[in-house]
Design a protein around this ligand. Structure first.
Ligand code: DAH
Length: 341
């Protein structure tokens, strides 16, 4: 029976050579290696052999089945190639035609700016700390030195949830409390990026959702001059070494003193234009020395520790970098806007 099998094997190989199109190939498959194919049926007859001959037969039968399967697949590829070559020759495919352009995705402009911001702060030793979007009133306001009914709460129009005391964060500042409570009493240098939400009229200048990047450094002997030097360095790394930076006194409940950071208008260079509203300066961040109350709420002794904090808006920075005049483009999902970046 082994001889018969070998003969069948040679016959099958020869027949395969003769199969020259898909249909013939399918026919061959059915005739030899299909469920009712000749080879398959013969292999099943192993039981008719005397027991001592069965292992040798079985081994060879498996080999043959494998080889026929491989030969079949190779022949199929060959036939496919030949078909393609014939099509090319007959001119059905014009290989000189330019290819169709592939649509590639890209990063959202806010994401690109966020990543530039991360890189710069990382070079200065700041780690990224991710805090939550859904906050409690206590952390978003009270622990940041903004008690209930304090008029400063008017600075942030808030989306409340149906759960009392649960809201969407209006700024990334509550992340300061969470980071401090996790790391105190170790010194920290973190940035806290994330989406913020405000219950506001959408306009060219304000959106109900936008990114912020918060920063926080807490340690021994951190001074106002450290804040001013660090912020100036950041601005020049992002906007270019030739930029002028200006600090103005401001007010935030969680910092004392509080400052606002301006840079000379990238568009007019300080002469005055519509982008800088004829002031020659662009506002790009709020900052200050962490208020002692906030330090204490974070778990640091304000007699021993000091720190600075800042908050900036990547959309606003992107608008300045690219001269975009309407913040609504960012979440409008218009491909004509997005594909420019
Ligand atoms: N949280 C402020 C806002 O949403 C921005 C800000 C200002 C953050 C000063 C700070 C800071 O950390 O020191 O308007």
């Amino acid at each position: 029976m082994l001889d018969q099998l070998e003969a069948l094997y040679r016959e099958a190989l020869e027949a395969l050579e003769g199969a020259s199109d898909d249909e013939a190939l399918r026919g061959w498959e059915r005739e030899y290696i299909g469920r009712k194919g000749k080879v398959t049926l013969m292999v099943r007859r192993v039981g008719e052999l005397p027991p001592e001959e069965r292992p040798a037969f079985g081994r060879r039968a498996n080999e043959i089945k494998r080889e026929l399967q491989a030969a079949f697949e190779q022949r199929a590829r060959q036939i496919e190639q030949e078909k393609l070559a014939r099509e090319l020759e007959s001119g059905a495919i014009d290989v000189t035609l330019p290819g169709r352009p592939v649509q590639v995705g890209r990063l959202h402009p806010s994401t690109q700016t966020l990543r530039r911001i991360y890189d710069i702060w990382a070079e200065m030793g700041f780690q990224v700390y991710l805090s939550r979007d859904v906050e409690d009133d206590e952390t978003n306001f009270t622990l940041l030195n903004i008690p209930p009914h304090h008029p400063a709460r008017d600075m942030w129009d808030t989306f409340y949830t149906t759960r009392p005391g649960v809201l969407l964060r209006t700024h990334t500042s509550p992340g300061q409390i969470r980071a401090m409570r996790e790391f105190a009493p170790e010194p920290i240098r973190v940035i806290l990026p994330g989406m913020c939400y405000r219950y506001e009229q959408i306009s060219a200048r304000s959106e109900i959702q936008f990114y912020q990047v918060e920063g926080l450094a807490v340690g021994h002997n951190i001074r106002l001059t450290d804040l001013i030097g660090t912020m100036s360095d950041f601005v020049r790394r992002l906007f270019g070494p030739e930029r002028k930076v200006r600090f103005r006194a401001s007010y935030f409940p969680f910092t004392e003193p509080s400052l606002e950071v301006d840079l000379d208008c990238i568009l007019c260079g300080g002469k005055g234009c519509s982008v800088c509203k004829h002031t020659g300066w662009l506002e790009i961040a709020g900052c200050g020395m962490v208020h002692p109350v906030v330090l204490r709420n974070g778990g640091y002794d304000p007699e021993e520790f000091t720190g600075f904090a800042f908050g900036m808006g990547p959309e606003r920075i992107t608008m300045l970098l690219y001269g975009i005049d309407d913040i609504r483009y960012f979440w409008g999902n218009d491909i004509r806007f997005l594909e420019q970046f």
